[in-house]
Ligand binder design. Structure first.
Ligand SMILES: *Cc1c(COP(=O)(O)O)cnc(C)c1O
Length: 475
């Protein structure tokens, strides 16, 4: 299997060669040359498999440059009931992503049972083990520099802690994350993890990462890398739980399902799109946004209009607060018939801060083939849905999953099971849970009192040179 760029100017690459990088050299995103096709016989055989064995079957179609025994070992140590142990609602941890039945034909799929209680762990834990393996093989090292407003940074740190040849430098906005999120990140003791709280906002932290990445010489000399959401391996890892969700929600491979996906950067639902292209019987992919509805607008109108940061709302489902969706280019590549020249033209506009409109093109007529629908949810919807789910189904939802359930209920079809992806646990968003339910969210017993643990963090000004020096002194 080789990977090509959505913009067409990069030479096809093997999986391990794109693992450690980010964008393709032409600014595009990597995608497989073609999607492996899954037969009815494959589905019949896979229905009985454990999550790790299923992950191996699927990932081995995309990763053909790691020997089978090694890939099997990597996947088996990643997807264990111990790593994904924080199940709730009576979920079976050995299933890794178990379903909770809300009522007949309506489920949530728990993707947030990993160490940081958000779905980013599903892919990031695999990435940590893949990085370590490939760096060992090649005798290389990497220094990951990132900026986080919450979920991504903690998932990256928990995935990379203690890994050989990997150091993580994570910038976060000083005092802007919840006490729980701060405790999750800053209480890590591992000597390869460095937390830097930047005096300023998330954007200030992000700007520093961009400035460092744009300094090609520094980047090469100090082996600076990233683990952002456009990383292909993250998307690939996420494909697996769509298959698992399908098997758990159905009795036989004659049935179809719908998935509803709380979306921000389009990484999660991109994996669902690919699972469907591979032949998984998904009748509908329902995309849910919060008030930052750039994607809902596209799927309703054909117009993709990225917002400025000033137009981006700070909401109570903060992990979906995006102004443009970094993985969306992958879907548009398929929508326009995998023609990289068209993608390059459209993204020349996006990169220039402009919108594009596909509504009057032939591509838009192909949309029904991809089975997407969409909807949006607001703070008031979120509160109402958290209350409703608590009263009617006896489950406590996080704010992002509540956006998903709200939109899922608007898009249900009789006879078609609907699976809402649960992207985080409510414990991460205490303030909104209190507002909705007037109570504290349930938290895994093991994480009680983590706010009281000793914290390791340095506070710095948003000064690029000072932060570069901090890295130089530690790599
Ligand atoms: C990252 C995240 C999302 C958005 O996922 P995308 O892959 O960016 O669409 C939704 N919910 C939670 C809790 C997240 O952490």
């Amino acid at each position: 299997m080789r990977y090509l760029s959505t913009r067409g100017h990069a030479a096809p690459q093997a999986f391990c060669d794109i693992l450690l990088g980010g964008l393709a050299p032409d600014g595009g995103l990597y995608l497989p040359e073609s999607y492996p096709q899954v037969s009815r016989a494959d589905l019949d055989a896979w229905r009985q498999l454990s999550y790790a064995d299923l992950a191996y079957e699927i990932l081995s179609k995309f990763i053909t440059d790691i020997p089978a025994a090694d890939l099997k070992a990597i996947v088996s140590k990643t997807y264990t009931a111990d790593v994904y142990r924080f199940t709730r609602n009576g979920g079976d941890a050995t299933q890794i992503t178990p379903l909770t039945k809300l009522e007949d034909g309506l489920y949530t799929q728990e993707l947030s049972n990993g160490p940081t209680l958000a779905f980013k762990d599903m892919a990031m834990q695999l990435l940590g083990n893949l990085f370590e393996y490939v760096l060992d093989q090649r005798g290389q090292a990497i220094n990951i520099l990132g900026a986080t407003s919450g979920d991504t940074g903690s998932a990256a740190e928990y995935a990379m802690r203690g890994k050989h040849n990997v150091k993580v430098f994570m910038l976060s906005p000083d005092g802007k994350m919840s006490a729980f999120q701060r405790a999750q990140m800053y209480s890590l003791q591992d000597p390869n993890i460095f937390n830097i709280a930047v005096r300023g906002m998330f954007d200030d932290a992000q700007d520093i990462v961009k400035a460092v990445s744009n300094d090609a010489e520094f980047k090469a000399k100090y082996k600076i890398g990233a683990v952002n959401s456009i990383n292909w391996a993250r998307v690939a890892a996420q494909i697996v739980y769509y298959f698992q969700g399908y098997f758990l929600a159905t009795q036989s491979n004659d049935e179809q399902v719908a998935f509803c996906v709380p979306s921000g950067n389009f990484g999660n639902i991109c994996a669902g799109h690919i699972a469907r292209q591979m032949g998984l019987p998904i009748a509908k992919l329902v995309l849910a946004t919060n008030e930052n509805d750039v994607l809902d607008e596209f799927f309703k109108t054909g117009v993709y209009r990225p917002r400025t940061s000033a137009e981006t709302n700070v909401t109570s489902s903060p992990s979906m607060d995006i102004s443009k969706a970094s993985n969306f280019e992958r879907f548009v590549f398929d929508l326009v018939g995998r023609d990289p020249a068209i993608v390059a033209e459209l993204w020349a506009k996006v990169d220039n801060g402009e919108a594009f409109d596909l509504s009057s093109t032939v591509h838009w007529q192909n949309m029904p083939k991809f089975a997407f629908t969409s909807g949006r949810s607001t703070h008031a919807d979120r509160l109402a849905t958290i209350r409703m789910a608590n009263e009617k189904y006896g489950v406590m939802l996080d704010t992002h999953t509540a956006d998903g359930l709200k939109v899922a209920l608007e898009n249900r079809q009789p006879g078609l099971p609907m699976v809402v992806l649960e992207t985080a646990q409510p414990a991460k968003f205490e303030e909104t849970i209190r507002e909705a339910l007037n109570t504290e969210p349930v938290r895994p017993a093991e994480l009680a009192g983590i706010e009281k643990l000793e914290q390791h963090v340095v506070v710095m000004d948003p000064d690029v040179n000072a932060i570069k020096q901090f890295l130089v002194d530690r790599v």
